[in-house]
Write a protein that binds this ligand. Structure first.
Ligand code: FMN
Length: 457
């Protein structure tokens, strides 16, 4: 009875419960999916997804606290009967301003997770960004999601980036609509939970790993059926018959350091479509990107997985948007777990948001049904948030009234006393110099961002 009433927009009132309606009733939030995923998959696989860098994953928690601190002041008595979440990015139409962030090695979380998410994105018409270290090759993923396929590149610097260049050519050949160059992994990070869990590719069956596997029998059976995941994009360089270990060893040897601004300039010349730099948080880096003709700056701290001292990514969006001044699009990720979070990102200055774990944990929890469940949940929540905020379009969402107490403000130092290469921007304490503009470059007349002198807990 309660189930039927709870069907809402996914099923007719009083009609028999649909499979989608049942999932909606059982897993209405990210928290529900997270709990199910934690029980269902091996501990080392769950920690690989949910974890950060150091003990307690402080940057993951920081991203969440900062997101929760963003408040939207509602506007009522507007006609919201025709809310549209549709938007355009880099010349293409998408159903909402949300995409699937690139995630590598997700075959360890659920067999074919890359393909499941690509299919869900294609069906929902939202961008799907495939990782360099995906477990399904880009050629196959682009065929699954031809209208929404993007490719993410990690630099492989050996031989003057010969393999990076080949990956770019392959991404162009399969029709990727955008190339996303990830910059916030200048070196492999020391992630303590993975070290403690003995997580290596291919798996090494130590007592702890065996215990984790034994406690997740359904997951273990699925993995046994499909075999260990491989870095499929690398087969071309290692050999078509290469095994899991050879492919992993190749990635380990070649993905050593990141890319430099010179490399970015070179990749810009090579890549004819939209180029996005992912992982930036400093306005001077954003300015440099715009000067190189980059089309999008993706504000991100890698979901708190790279640098425990980094600011929460949502808190650096306004400064990046101001620095770009419309010269490039602002993309965002970090703790986007609901449609409300997508809206918050738009409200503080992003043009488009992406989520990683919210999609992947849905697949970990629900397998093949997880992708479609996540996209439907995001869409439903985004529409209701639009209505609460009184916004009828993405443009109106960007002009809503938002409180962003912890937005990081940057100020240029006076004079020329600093050497050229030293940092020339100073971060103000959030309480210093109250601002009522928030430095948002792209907001309209009735926009308001209010910085309150308040600190994160
Ligand atoms: C399991 C996992 C693997 C990831 N692999 C990649 C990757 O291969 N390339 C990349 O640019 N970012 C990668 N990321 C970072 C995501 O693209 C994104 O920045 C992050 O997940 C956003 O935070 P959220 O998970 O809180 O939404 C990965 C994230 C996760 C959770």
């Amino acid at each position: 009875m309660g189930a039927k009433r709870g069907e809402g927009s996914w099923g007719a009132m009083g009609a028999a419960e649909t499979p989608a309606g049942r999932l909606r009733r059982r897993f209405p939030t990210y928290g529900d999916l997270d709990r199910r995923a934690r029980r269902r998959i091996a501990r080392f696989a769950y920690d690989f997804v949910a974890g950060g860098v150091g003990d307690g994953a402080p940057n993951v928690a920081h991203n969440r606290a900062a997101m929760d601190a963003v408040r939207i002041v509602p506007r009522y008595a507007r006609d919201v009967s025709a809310v549209s979440t549709a938007t355009r990015l880099f010349g293409r139409d998408y159903a909402m301003p949300l995409g699937v962030a690139p995630m590598g090695n997700v075959g360890m979380v659920w067999p074919e997770a890359d393909a499941i998410l690509a299919a869900a994105a294609q069906q929902a018409r939202i961008p799907y960004v495939s990782s360099t270290v995906a477990n399904v090759g880009m050629e196959r993923l682009a065929a699954i999601a031809p209208d929404v396929f993007w490719f993410q590149l990690y630099g492989l610097p050996a031989d003057a980036h010969a393999i990076s260049v080949d990956l770019i050519r392959r991404a162009e050949a399969v029709g990727a609509h955008a190339l996303v160059l990830t910059l916030d992994v200048p070196m492999r990070q020391k992630r303590v939970h993975d070290i403690r869990n003995g997580l290596v590719v291919p798996f090494r069956y130590r007592p702890r790993t065996l215990r984790d596997i034994a406690l997740a029998p359904f997951w273990a059976l699925e993995m046994l059926r499909r075999g260990q995941p491989r870095f499929e994009n690398m087969r071309k360089y290692v050999g078509e018959e290469a095994g899991v270990g050879e492919l992993a060893g190749f990635v380990h040897r070649h993905m050593t350091t990141g890319v430099t601004w010179d490399d970015i300039a070179r990749f810009r010349d090579l890549w004819p479509r939209a180029l996005v730099l992912k992982g930036l948080q400093h306005p001077e880096d954003a300015e440099r990107a715009a000067a190189l003709g980059v089309d999008g700056v993706w504000v991100s701290n890698h979901g708190g997985r790279q640098f425990d001292a980094a600011p929460a990514s949502i808190d650096t969006v306004p400064a990046i948007a101001a620095a770009l001044g419309g010269r490039a699009k602002v993309l965002y990720d970090g703790s986007v777990r609901s449609g409300l979070d997508v809206f918050r990102a738009l409200a503080v200055g992003a043009d488009f948001a992406f989520a990683g774990r919210a999609f992947l944990l849905a697949v970990a929890a629900l397998g093949r049904e997880g992708g479609a469940h996540a996209t439907a949940a995001f869409m439903e929540e985004l529409r209701t948030t639009f209505a609460q905020a009184g916004a009828r379009s993405v443009e109106e969402a960007a002009r809503c009234c938002v409180l962003h107490p912890n937005a990081v403000r940057f100020e240029r130092e006076e004079g020329n006393a600093m050497p050229q290469e030293a940092p020339r921007l100073r971060v103000l304490d959030p309480g210093e110099g109250r601002s009522h503009s928030g430095g948002l470059a792209r907001t309209g007349e009735d926009a308001r961002t209010i910085n309150e002198p308040e600190r994160l807990p």
